[in-house]
Design a protein around this ligand. Structure first.
Ligand SMILES: Nc1ncnc2c1ncn2[C@@H]1O[C@H](COP(=O)(O)OP(=O)(O)OP(=O)(O)O)[C@@H](O)[C@H]1O
Ligand SMILES: [Mg+2]
Length: 270
């Protein structure tokens, strides 16, 4: 008896025909020249390419932080173009975590307050009074997870570059995003700490099928991703399309029945 083929993995995010130009001093700089890509739920997609090639630009567009001049973004079946500003902001806050290349921590807040910020935005007003205890617990646990349990009350200026990067990672995880976008998450770390951060991210992927797009110059990170795309001259030049068997073991095992998205990354990783 022949077995039914595995169902295709669900698509978390699709981009079609993305174009993006900047204009500086009256001259256009065409950075994205028709980018197409798809990210499946539970995969780690690495994006590599030369400096200045548009990787951060692409990630910002995919995360709906910036808009393309042309093209389509569909996140979890919803077209970006059909979303109002408030709905887009809600999705960014609750469903998408972003680790910025240059961290973008708020200088007047401590590490702990920076990590708490997405939760404060999520549960504004009266709900925050109810939620803040649990949010604080999670923020503390996330800081411990990235090795900064004893830096919670430092402001960004009182942290090293790599420590700021790790605070940014903790902040991106605070709201338990379904899609995590990381721009050079190990770019400022020593080899050992870079591996610790990779272990943390890959652990989230294995345990709860955390979907991730990781822009990186770190070869080891790229090698160990589910799939690697090269951004070259504004287009995706090479792509290896995986079969289901190439998805991470946990993703394949969880099947499309899915892990529990409500799994707590802190608890699960602890
Ligand atoms: N806001 C902006 N205005 C004008 N030009 C910009 C802007 N942001 C980026 N650029 C230019 O667009 C190009 C792509 O920038 P981007 O930051 O996306 O590159 P990258 O691939 O992330 O590079 P790196 O690996 O160095 O981080 C660069 O040449 C950059 O100078
Ligand atoms: Mg960049």
């Amino acid at each position: 008896m022949s077995e039914a083929p595995d169902p295709a993995p669900a698509i978390a995010l699709t981009a079609r025909g993305l174009h993006k130009s900047y204009r500086v001093g009256g001259r256009p700089l065409h950075v994205l020249k028709g980018v197409d890509l798809e990210v499946c739920e539970g995969e780690i997609l690495a994006i590599v390419g030369k400096s200045g090639g548009g990787k951060s630009t692409l990630l910002h567009v995919l995360g709906m932080l910036d808009r393309a001049d042309q093209g389509q973004i569909v996140f979890e079946g919803r077209d970006r173009a059909a979303l109002g500003a408030a709905e887009r902001a809600r999705l960014r806050n609750q469903a998408i975590g972003f680790v910025f290349q240059f961290y973008h921590l708020l200088p007047e807040l401590t590490a702990l307050e920076n990590v708490l910020l997405p939760a404060m935005i999520r549960h504004g007003g009266a709900a925050w009074r109810r939620e803040r205890g649990a949010a604080r617990e999670r923020a503390r646990a996330l800081l411990a997870l990235v090795g900064l349990g004893d830096r919670a009350h430092h402001r960004p200026a009182q942290l090293s570059g790599g420590e700021r990067q790790r605070v940014a990672i903790a902040r991106a995880l605070e709201n338990q995003p379904r899609l995590l976008l990381c721009d050079e998450p190990t770019g400022n770390l020593d080899g050992r700490t870079a591996r610790d951060v990779q272990t943390l991210l890959w652990g989230l992927n294995e345990r709860q099928r955390q979907t991730m797009i990781v822009v990186t110059h770190d070869e080891r990170l790229a090698e160990e991703a589910t799939r690697v795309l090269h951004l070259d001259d504004g287009r995706i030049r090479e792509r290896s399309t995986p079969g289901v068997e190439d998805l991470p073991a946990a993703a394949a095992a969880a099947g499309r029945a899915g892990g529990d998205p409500a799994d707590d990354p802190v608890g699960a990783a602890g």
